[in-house]
Design a binder for this molecule. Structure first.
Ligand SMILES: [Zn+2]
Length: 307
């Protein structure tokens, strides 16, 4: 499969970068949250909106991390790089005050994923006086602030998810969720050589989401022209010490296509769907209309890993 994974960001440095050094003071890596703005897109319930996304940029090679040393809050920066995922343990704290797992130094480790952009190019464009000036500048650059092109292979069946609207009274949003494997085009020097792919989740909305759910399957190859979205997701955990069940908030980055192209012979054609309607109408119904119970993170324990 051809490899394609190109993220391009223009954004505001919204927190001082973290420069991580070894015992000798040499930089190992540096990381920075970049605030981006993406243009107005319509989601299924007709709401048009602009959205800010804070995207983690993690520089592991000298050329890019040495530049980040000079970045400060309210700098506007440009980044080109690849979207990467890494499996890590995230920590949930038990809400039961009498339980040791409620204490900051304990907690319950749960498998999770962090997603970030690894730059191959990073540059400071200008420094602005305050946050308002950054917001204006982001608005002027909204069409180029948050872009990704990615060619990936589905590693899970698409699922229908219903997400309740944030504002009361607004209809819920139906979307389609699936996970893809992106083969690495660039080697990340500090990563072990056996890591060859990244596994982002994709969320597609509206008519595109419905089409994705109907035609795509594990093994389908898709080319995504889209943006990176940050989302909070509620996860459920049972405390192994006291048995208390509780919800906690995790967050992650995912890809949302503006446009998606299916690679030939990797998706269900009209003829195949007609055949499926005859042979297995139940499966077709499942694909199109049945809500999967949960968003991405609850199924993560099933384990697809990039490391
Ligand atoms: Zn507990």
């Amino acid at each position: 499969m051809a490899r394609h994974n190109a993220a391009s960001l223009y954004g505001q440095v919204c927190k001082e970068p973290a420069i991580v050094r070894d015992n000798l003071g040499e930089i190992i890596y540096s990381m920075c949250y970049i605030k981006t703005l993406r243009g107005v897109r319509r989601v299924e319930n007709g709401v048009n909106y602009l959205r800010y996304d804070k995207i983690l940029v993690l520089a592991k090679d000298k050329e890019t991390y040495s530049k980040m040393v000079d970045w400060h809050v309210n700098d506007m920066v440009e980044i080109k790089g690849m979207f990467a995922t890494k499996n890590v343990d995230k920590v949930a704290y038990c809400p039961n005050q009498d339980c040791p797992n409620s204490h900051k130094e304990h907690g319950i480790a749960k498998p999770g994923t962090i997603c970030f952009v690894v730059p191959i190019f990073a540059e400071k464009i200008k420094t602005l006086e305050d946050n308002n000036a950054c917001i204006d500048d982001l608005y002027a650059h909204r069409e180029v602030s948050n872009q990704i092109y990615a060619l990936g292979e589905l590693v899970r069946e698409p699922k229908k998810i219903k997400v309740s609207a944030k504002e009361e009274g607004k209809p819920s949003i139906t979307l389609t969720q699936y996970q893809i494997a992106l083969d690495r085009k660039y080697k990340v020097k500090t990563d072990p050589p056996e890591i060859k792919s990244d596994y982002p989740w994709v969320k597609s909305y509206g008519a595109m989401g419905k089409e994705d759910r109907l035609r795509l399957h594990t093994g389908s190859v898709v080319f995504i022209d889209g943006y990176i979205q940050r989302r909070k997701v509620s996860r459920k955990t049972v405390c192994p010490l006291c048995g208390q069940a509780f919800e906690w908030s995790d967050d992650n980055l995912e890809l949302v296509p503006y446009d998606i192209e299916y690679m030939p012979h990797t998706f269900y054609s009209d003829a195949m769907l007609e055949q499926m309607a005859k042979d297995n109408p139940e499966e077709l119904k499942q694909r199109l209309y049945i809500d999967a119970a949960t968003e991405q993170f609850d199924t993560l324990e099933e384990g697809l890993s990039s490391n």
